[in-house]
Ligand binder design. Structure first.
Ligand code: SF4
Length: 457
């Protein structure tokens, strides 16, 4: 690569945008608005419910999710007590009307199956009895790890209506799992998959990662084929990132340079792009359709409800100390950290919060009409099916080109946009491969500034 090429090169791995704005753009809300006031005028007939369980058996080297390793005696019970207090407060703030309905539910983390079978039963009770979600009538997605996907837990989840079980495998090659600081044996992963397939849960998702130290096309293909052998209804292929304060960052294996998630190593970018293309083509050749850069769905899989990470609408209720909630005017949550010591402190605070503390929003980012347009454009464009222009016009008036002409022109110049269908704004296959560069370029200056000023902890 020449110096000039290097200067204009757009690194494909800038930032995984699964929600806009990112939590690092959230700030303490000085007025601590009451949830009752925030939700008073919101539509509440098709809400999404998300319950966050911030415990894992290990801390994977690549993970910057809000979670801690293990739980001292009694902490999971105390956490569920707090979750129940929060659910009661939030449900009260939504009002008594019969119009409050949940259309989807998800348990994420962390690892929800870190909880025992009895605790998972209680978690479902909280969703049903405190929040009023009818878990057997709506799509219910649950994340699990191989070691905790035990038969008794799976039986509880299936019995309570789980429709999707997502298993974080990352690699079927033991040395790669170790290199990603996720020590596990393939035999244990295969045993967990057998238990999941023995349980009647309609959709199995398997997460895999590419770009691990020592991984090449051959070993990547081994992991893909090992996953395909289970005919999962969904597969997520994630590029590896080394994010600040994570285990891999501390090991300094591939320090990405300044700029948090920005990839600074052209050779590593090239490896990830190569493995991405190989993985994508392999899955397409095996009867999968591409939904986004990361997500592939078996063509004959049963239809699912809203996807975990593609929620474009407002009306999200998140419970638990790492969960986000969205109204049309505010995205809010609790404090956020990656460092283990800080996370433990935030969980301890959460567990000791009383009902009054759960009735107000503490940390968040206000959303105005312009941010709502950005969010819609960003999250639609990152889906393989793209953004329907008539839908955009009906929601906001005008077209994305009226609002975001410069950005779209830049993407078109790079060959990332196709005009094959004049009714749809859609990424080309190369554009989709560069989703993690497309997304950050659509961040507003205000969100960008807030993220840059965030003090990592
Ligand atoms: S990747 Fe999943 S299992 Fe690993 S630490 Fe993060 S949340 Fe826990």
């Amino acid at each position: 690569m020449t110096t000039a090429e290097a200067a204009t090169r757009v690194g494909p791995y800038q930032h995984y945008v699964y929600a806009y704005p990112h939590k690092t753009a959230y700030r303490r809300l000085p007025d601590r608005p009451s949830l009752a006031s925030l939700w008073a005028a919101e539509p509440k007939d098709a809400l999404s419910l998300y319950l966050h369980i911030p415990f894992c058996e290990v801390r994977c080297g690549f993970c910057n999710l809000f979670t801690r390793i293990g739980a001292p005696d009694g902490l999971t019970g105390a956490y569920l007590d707090a979750l129940e207090r929060q659910a009661t407060a939030v449900r009260g703030a939504l009002g008594e009307s019969d119009d409050v309905r949940f259309a989807t539910a998800a348990f994420g983390g962390g690892t929800p199956t870190f909880l025992t079978a009895a605790e998972l039963d209680r978690l479902c009770d909280i969703a049903e009895h405190r929040m009023g979600a009818d878990l057997r009538a709506v799509p219910l997605s649950v994340e699990a790890s191989p070691a905790t996907a035990t038969a008794d837990r799976l039986a509880v989840l299936a019995g309570r209506g789980a429709t999707r079980l997502s298993l974080g495998v990352q690699s079927f090659v033991d040395t790669e799992a170790r290199a990603a600081v996720r020590p596990q044996r393939r035999a244990d992963v295969e045993a967990a998959l057998a238990r999941i397939r023995d349980t009647v849960i309609p959709v199995l998702n398997i997460d895999l990662i590419y770009g691990i130290d020592g991984q090449d096309e051959r070993t990547w293909r081994q992991s893909l084929d090992a996953a395909l052998a289970w005919r999962p209804e969904e597969l997520y292929l994630y590029p590896l990132y080394v994010r600040p304060l994570t285990g891999l960052d501390r090991l300094d294996r591939r320090r990405p340079g300044p700029g948090a998630d920005a990839g600074g190593d052209p050779a590593w970018d090239e490896q990830r792009l190569r493995l991405y293309r190989a993985g994508r083509d392999h899955l397409l050749a095996h009867g999968y359709t591409q939904q986004s850069m990361r997500m592939f769905r078996r063509a004959d899989a049963p239809p699912q409800g809203a996807d975990d990470y593609a929620c474009q609408t407002d009306g999200m209720i998140g419970l638990g100390c790492g969960a986000r909630s969205y109204t049309s005017g505010l995205h809010y949550s609790f404090d956020y950290a990656v460092d283990m010591h800080q996370i433990r402190g935030i969980i301890d605070d959460y567990v000791s919060t009383g009902p009054a503390g759960f009735a107000r929003a503490e940390v968040g980012h206000p959303m105005d009409a312009h941010e709502a347009r950005r969010r819609h454009l960003l999250q639609s464009l990152l889906q393989a099916e793209g953004l329907r222009l008539d839908d955009y016009r009906a929601r906001f008036g005008g077209t994305p080109a009226d609002d975001f002409g410069l950005e779209l022109e830049r993407f078109a110049d790079r060959g990332w946009l196709t005009d094959a269908d004049p009714a749809v704004l859609r990424l080309t296959p190369e554009g989709l491969a560069h989703s993690d560069a497309v997304g950050p370029e659509l961040f507003s200056p205000a969100v960008r500034a807030a993220m840059a000023a965030y003090e990592r902890k």
